[in-house]
Design a protein around this ligand. Structure first.
Ligand code: HEM
Length: 416
């Protein structure tokens, strides 16, 4: 049989997705008898799946292709045209190798962690100098991460930027990808501005007018050769450089969620302060990535007619893997709405955790920045747990209708 209840054009879910946000897909799943959602997005036949079997199905390269899967409004804001996200097969493998090489031996990640801690402690000193001022954690975390990732990648900040401008541009690119209106326009402008500046930087590096530290991301991207043997044109190199810098700044979302969790469940503070091994901080980082909403799902197109549970999914169908929904499904998580950083003892629990995609990062599309994310988040969770703060009254609600979302106040505090 071909797709039970083939959806008509009248049941296009695009508008519901844009208005319901993170609740849209889980809502559809709840009313589906077989854990599979059939709908349409932007007029295209769409099938959404979740669970370990779905992850294996989705990350089989023979099943799903990424070329032409992402709509322009997402590419023109979040990822950039021509980004690694949109490649398949050999072209993908070779471009992905560039990202993997930066992170391979763990030394790169450790160096980035050191930069982040240095920048974080500078920020804390500044807050201590102005104890009566309220800190907006989201803004400050984004700035700290922007400064540190520039230190690490070898990308110089320009003019009088103290990290704040780059951070705001990176945040805008993420904040505006799934909405129409002013946030979307801000995202487009931010991307355009940064792509142009980084393309000029790549040209200067290649002409040796600007030094790129040996082995830094700036150096590696400037010198990278694609599967056809050619270097990336400066614009594309800028896109990929941004695909390292922007998501590193985006860890500020998780840092803010982590502060929210520490505020809501303060009983974790003490154990985190005594956590010499760092195991608890790592579990806390994993639990933040599971519990709080960030990437809602990933998508690709059926590369050919596929079989899913005895049903044919025609070639060209948009396949969605419901990441956020999977993290709150009692089939795979004991008490999914309980925040429990201790649940990550086994490999099995990590197998179901897919906030940054599933499968193998080296050969598939899984995020190459997962080690960075977990390492930096765990480091900053430890720092946050060690700070004595007062948290003034504020709106800490996290609206699920907004994508991406955040505690409305950005999490405000003062050092105690
Ligand atoms: C891909 C999430 C941090 C670089 C992805 C994907 C997700 C994701 C969901 C798509 C997986 C797929 O399409 O199957 C996140 C989240 C992060 C984060 C939530 C934390 C805030 C990072 C960092 C870097 C990075 C720190 C780099 C330093 C990339 C790249 C891809 C990617 C280059 C494309 C991979 C490909 O298509 O092969 N990420 N990521 N991400 N991420 Fe991340």
């Amino acid at each position: 049989p071909t797709l039970k209840n083939p959806p008509s054009v009248w049941t296009d879910g695009t508008l519901s997705l844009l208005t319901q946000g993170y609740a849209w897909l889980p809502d559809q799943m709840r009313t589906s008898a077989d854990g599979t959602v059939r709908t349409r997005l932007l007029g295209r036949r769409t099938v959404a799946l979740r669970g370990p079997e779905a992850v294996a199905f989705f990350y089989d390269e023979q099943h799903v292709q990424r070329r032409a899967a992402l709509p322009d409004p997402v590419l023109d804001t979040l990822f950039g045209q021509g980004a690694v996200h949109t490649l398949d097969g050999l072209a993908h493998r070779v471009r992905k190798g560039m990202f993997m090489a930066l992170l391979e031996d763990g030394k790169g990640v450790e160096a980035l962690r050191e930069h982040v801690l240095l920048r974080w402690r500078e920020a804390v000193d500044r807050w201590r100098d102005h104890p009566q001022e309220t800190v907006v954690l989201f803004d400050e975390a984004a700035r700290v991460l922007a400064l540190a990732v520039c230190d690490w990648t070898g990308v110089p900040l320009v003019d009088a930027d103290d990290g704040g401008e780059l951070a705001r541009d990176c945040v805008a690119m993420v904040d505006g990808f799934a909405t129409a209106g002013p946030r979307h326009l801000r995202a487009r402008h931010a991307r355009k501005r940064r792509e142009q500046a980084f393309a000029r930087l790549i040209v200067r590096v290649r002409e040796q007018q600007e030094a790129a530290p040996d082995g830094s991301a700036l150096d590696v991207v400037a010198r990278h050769r694609d599967a056809d043997g050619s270097v990336l044109d400066p614009h594309l190199a800028a896109v990929e450089l941004l695909n390292i810098i922007r998501p590193t700044v985006a860890i500020a979302w998780y840092v803010t969620f982590a502060a929210h969790a520490l505020h809501r469940w303060p009983e974790h503070r003490g154990p985190l302060r005594g956590d010499v091994s760092g195991h608890l901080a790592t579990g806390f980082a994993h639990e933040v990535r599971r519990f709080y909403p960030f990437a809602p799902f990933v998508g690709g197109l059926a590369a050919r007619d596929l079989e899913w549970h005895g049903e044919t999914v025609p070639a060209g169908t948009l396949l969605l893997l419901d990441l956020y929904g999977q993290h709150h499904d009692a089939q795979w998580w004991d008490h999914p709405y309980r925040f429990d950083p201790h649940r990550y003892g086994s490999d099995e629990s990590l197998r179901h955790l897919v906030p940054q995609g599933g499968g193998d990062a080296a050969v598939g599309h899984r995020c190459p920045g997962e080690d960075i994310t977990v390492t930096l988040l765990a480091a900053l969770v430890t720092e946050l747990a060690g700070l004595d703060v007062t948290v003034p009254d504020q709106d800490l609600t996290i609206p699920l209708s907004r994508m991406p979302t955040l505690p409305r106040s950005g999490f405000r505090f003062r050092l105690a």
